[in-house]
Design a protein around this ligand. Structure first.
Ligand SMILES: Cc1cc2nc3c(=O)[nH]c(=O)nc-3n(C[C@H](O)[C@H](O)[C@H](O)COP(=O)(O)OP(=O)(O)OC[C@H]3O[C@@H](n4cnc5c(N)ncnc54)[C@H](O)[C@@H]3O)c2cc1C
Length: 431
């Protein structure tokens, strides 16, 4: 007779591991099935990991986990061809416990998290692909893997298989994502001595900074680029909607090379040595792309559920929290001995009352508005750079003349009414 567990988790990313840890800690028998060589081997993140959500799963995890740097500064760059308009926040309250967030390498962090799951009692099987969900009487009862005799049974299957979630698609929970529902992101890890990182980014020893870049960093396409500091490495990357990359006929690595050569970026990374290169999709469909989340004997969490807030660069925290919520629902389901859609729908109710769905709903129109108005990225950002340049030139013109010239740069080719209408659009999309 094939083995039966309380729960099977497909995917050992942060979402699946959060679900597995919570269930194993509560005494459930849990198996995690991961296709990669080890947890973290297939997982890509910039990556900023948010302390609060992880603390709710493993309190004070940061004392023990392999973290790179606590982030004390978040910068935002609106980049022109040879210039940048900047804003951001640096706060030394983030330099000490309990911290706000940290940079991490998922290859290390997920392995550590997986070890915690094993200590809590979960079983983790690597290098195994789940090919399909097993269905009996319209209920998911287990999974078929690519191992010989690879059928495994459970009361509940948690799909934490990431952005493509072929398993959820095969259950009819969502269609194939359209090119404007996912971003293609590429990133490199560059080696640099820690003292040089601290000098270049104006950081105290051990502290970290993040830079989010809009405008020329993605050649004016809808998306963001980023530079994050690790202990002895810089992570640099960029991502844009797949639809935009296709339209522009540009190759992702060309975009990253352009970013690395940009005159504002180049001095920050000069002398560094490329170590690793990654490419991965990011769910960008937001609220309107959330698939069916619950079925008889099955729940969907993390990227598989499209839980990424692209405006705030949050994904790992939405993933962990949804994994945690799914686990709590399953723990309760075990108590009452019911695993049908009605019993498991508690997961959906909790999600809809949480920051996850509230935030995705708040920004539901942001991506569509930007896609319909590419000028926010390819006109207004370069124009704001030219306007700032006009403001700061000292050449004998009066300040009133300088202000007029700056305003002309912003409105170039547009009426004042058009400008007001555009600003209203962007405000409505992110308010
Ligand atoms: C370039 C980039 C930068 C990012 N930066 C940030 C950031 O700074 N901060 C942040 O919070 N988020 C960031 N994100 C998003 C974040 O990485 C994701 O939201 C997060 O990894 C989602 O975790 P997950 O566990 O749901 O999915 P994943 O981490 O993708 O894990 C899914 C797992 O399932 C496994 N799997 C898939 N199919 C199968 C199968 N059939 N059988 C067995 N195993 C399977 C995969 O191998 C994988 O290990 C970034 C994403 C990218 C691509």
């Amino acid at each position: 007779m094939a083995e039966k567990f309380d729960a099977i988790v497909v995917g050992a990313g942060v979402s699946g591991l959060a679900a597995a840890y919570t269930m194993a800690k509560a005494g459930l028998s849990v198996i995690v099935i991961e296709r990669g060589q080890y947890p973290g081997s297939k997982n890509v993140m910039g990556g900023v990991l948010y302390r609060h959500m992880m603390d709710e799963i493993i309190p004070d995890f940061w004392r023990d986990a392999p973290l790179e740097r606590p982030v004390v500064e978040q910068r935002f760059w609106f980049m022109g061809r040879e210039s940048v308009v900047q804003t951001g926040y640096k706060g030394m309250e983030w330099a000490k416990p309990p911290y706000n967030n940290f940079t991490v390498f998922r290859g290390k962090f997920d392995q550590w998290f997986a070890k915690k799951c094993i200590e809590a009692g979960a079983l983790i099987i690597n290098e195994t692909v789940v090919e399909e969900c097993l269905i009996k009487d319209n209920k998911v009862v287990g999974v078929r893997t690519d191992r010989p005799d690879g059928d495994i049974y459970a009361d509940v299957v948690v799909l934490a298989d990431g952005v493509n979630s072929i398993l959820a698609r095969n259950l009819g929970f969502h269609r194939e994502w359209r090119p404007n529902q996912v971003a293609l992101a590429v990133m490199e890890v560059l080696k640099m001595p820690s003292e040089r990182i601290e000098e270049r980014f104006n950081l105290d020893k051990g502290m970290g900074a993040t830079i989010e870049i809009f405008g020329d960093g993605t050649l004016g396409m809808i998306g963001t680029a980023f530079i994050y500091t690790n202990k002895e490495h810089i992570s640099i990357g960029c991502g844009t909607l797949l639809s935009q990359i296709r339209e522009k006929h540009i190759k992702p690595y060309e975009l990253l090379e352009y970013l690395k050569q940009h005159p504002i970026v180049r001095p920050l990374i000069a002398g560094s040595e490329p170590c690793e290169y990654y490419a991965h999709l990011i769910p960008e469909g937001g609220y309107d792309s959330i698939p069916k989340l619950v079925g008889d004997g099955v729940l969907v969490v993390g990227d598989a559920a499209q839980f990424v807030n692209g405006i705030h660069r949050e994904g790992s925290n939405l993933g962990m929290t949804s994994g945690h919520f799914a686990a709590d629902t399953i723990i309760h389901a075990k108590k009452i001995g019911e695993y049908d859609e009605r019993a498991l729908s508690h997961y959906r109710d909790v999600l809809y009352n949480s920051f996850i769905i509230k935030d995705l709903k708040k920004y539901r129109n942001a991506s569509h508005t930007m896609e319909a108005n590419p000028k926010f990225f390819n006109h207004y950002i370069p124009a704001s750079n030219k306007a700032m340049s006009e403001m700061f030139i000292v050449d004998g013109k009066s300040k009133a003349d300088r202000q007029r010239l700056a305003f002309e740069r912003i409105t170039e080719g547009r009426s004042k009414l058009g400008l007001v209408s555009d600003m209203l659009k962007i405000w409505r999309a992110v308010k």
